[in-house]
Design a binder for this molecule. Structure first.
Ligand SMILES: [Cu+2]
Length: 191
């Protein structure tokens, strides 16, 4: 009987080390959450086409800015090009595998590409009064499951502020904030 009376007293003692470890557990979990969400943000950022992408400015040939671009499932190489308002541009595009398209709506460019055949569109004048910023070049011929994501970026003049480039980091911040709030609420309830 005496031994049984002692047992309830021992229970809180056993819980203590768990509570002390709780702080460490929170730190470790917070670290993992930050690492995880940060990794997602970094990945999303690279898919969107962040600063890590090399910006290619083409080669000036007799005053014409020439770009040689290859198209393959499901990307363009280079994927980010830069021109200036008022430039005259020539696009030379070759598909490395199957049929693709190469289109830039704002510049009236749309080429159909056959495998291994060099296609060119010259005399593309960038309107001097066009709004500076980033525009999309994309594949305009269905080429399989990755077709909707086969896109590149054409920077005209200065790359402006793009919400898409900071959005992943904002999301990470919100996630971390939510996580922190849950921890605080959880601890208050437990306490
Ligand atoms: Cu396509």
């Amino acid at each position: 009987m005496a031994e049984e009376e002692k047992r309830p007293q021992e229970v809180p003692k056993k819980r203590r080390p768990y509570h002390v470890g709780g702080a460490g557990l929170i730190v470790i979990t917070a670290f993992i959450v930050l690492l995880f969400t940060g990794g997602i943000a970094y990945g999303v950022q690279s898919v969107i086409g962040g600063e890590r992408e090399e910006v290619v400015e083409g080669v000036l040939v007799d005053g014409v800015r020439e770009f040689k671009i290859s198209a393959s499932q499901w990307y363009f190489e280079p994927a980010v090009i830069k021109v200036n308002p008022g430039d005259t541009v020539k696009f030379i595009i070759t598909s490395g595998d199957i049929m693709h398209g190469f289109a830039i709506n704002e510049l009236g460019v749309n080429l159909a590409l056959s495998p291994g055949v060099e296609m060119a569109q010259g005399g593309v004048v960038i309107p001097p009064d066009i709004a500076e910023g980033t525009y999309t070049m994309y594949c305009s011929i269905f080429c399989g499951i990755g077709h909707p994501y086969m896109k590149g970026t054409i920077i005209i003049g200065e790359r402006g502020f793009e919400i898409g480039r900071i959005l992943p980091y904002v999301a990470t911040g919100v996630m971390a904030g939510m996580f922190g709030t849950f921890i605080i609420i959880g601890r208050r309830r437990a306490g």
